[in-house]
Design a protein around this ligand. Structure first.
Ligand SMILES: [Zn+2]
Length: 214
């Protein structure tokens, strides 16, 4: 089936703990030094949205079909997505490092939030109602609505915002991923124990074996 996701699509790691942080983490490496951008085009954006749960399977297929009909519009939404992603990353990195976010980045988030909220809808569900999104046909930016809402919710959350961290390998210029430290002791240091945590552990071991020479 032509609308099926490509077999070669990137498998995104979703370790941030919030949708907006996972979106910010679609660049590996350090942005200023050796960025490895995992979002290359509109189809990649939809693929991320489907894997992260921002859109469902059926909606993802509709979005891809719509993008094939309107490639220039899809390209414009992709550029908007990258702008939102970078503003999101910089704003949360600033909070993780106890700095003030740039007003221009909050402006980008506010604009995205405004567009997203115009699509927010109350739906019947469960015992009463649930918040959802409308299904405006042709709305190529639907992937970005829950991202903008997630960023806004985290920014105004107070306690949760104070738990946003950047990976412990940031200072050694190896990883810039963001995550929410939801451990009881608030001592999570790595975006992933499997990758960055083990890398740091192996390095400490190596330095001990070498007598601490560095
Ligand atoms: Zn990391």
């Amino acid at each position: 089936m032509s609308d099926a996701p490509s077999r070669t699509e990137w498998h995104f790691e979703l370790l941030g703990g919030r949708l907006c942080l996972d979106f910010a983490n679609t660049v590996s490496g350090i942005r200023e030094l050796d960025p490895r951008d995992r979002l290359q085009d509109y189809a990649g954006l939809v693929s991320w949205g489907r894997q992260a749960g921002a859109v469902g399977e059926a909606q993802a297929r509709k979005l891809l079909a719509e993008a094939r009909r309107r490639p220039a519009d899809a390209e414009a939404v992709f550029r908007e997505a990258i702008q939102l992603r970078e503003a999101t990353y910089r704003a949360f990195l600033a909070f993780a490092q106890d700095r003030e976010p740039r007003p221009a980045d909050l402006d980008v988030l506010n604009a995205a939030l405004g567009r997203a909220l115009s699509h927010r809808r109350i739906r019947r569900g469960g015992t009463c109602c649930a918040l959802g999104w409308d299904e405006a046909p042709g709305a190529l930016d639907a992937v970005l609505w829950p991202v903008a809402a997630s960023a806004a919710e985290l920014l105004v959350s107070g306690d949760d915002l104070s738990l946003v961290r950047v990976c412990g390998l940031f200072d050694s210029h190896e990883c810039g991923w963001l995550f929410l430290d939801e451990t009881k002791s608030h001592t999570r240091r790595w975006c992933s124990m499997k990758d960055c945590g083990n890398k740091a552990k192996a390095r400490r071991h190596y330095q001990r074996v070498k007598g601490g020479a560095a």
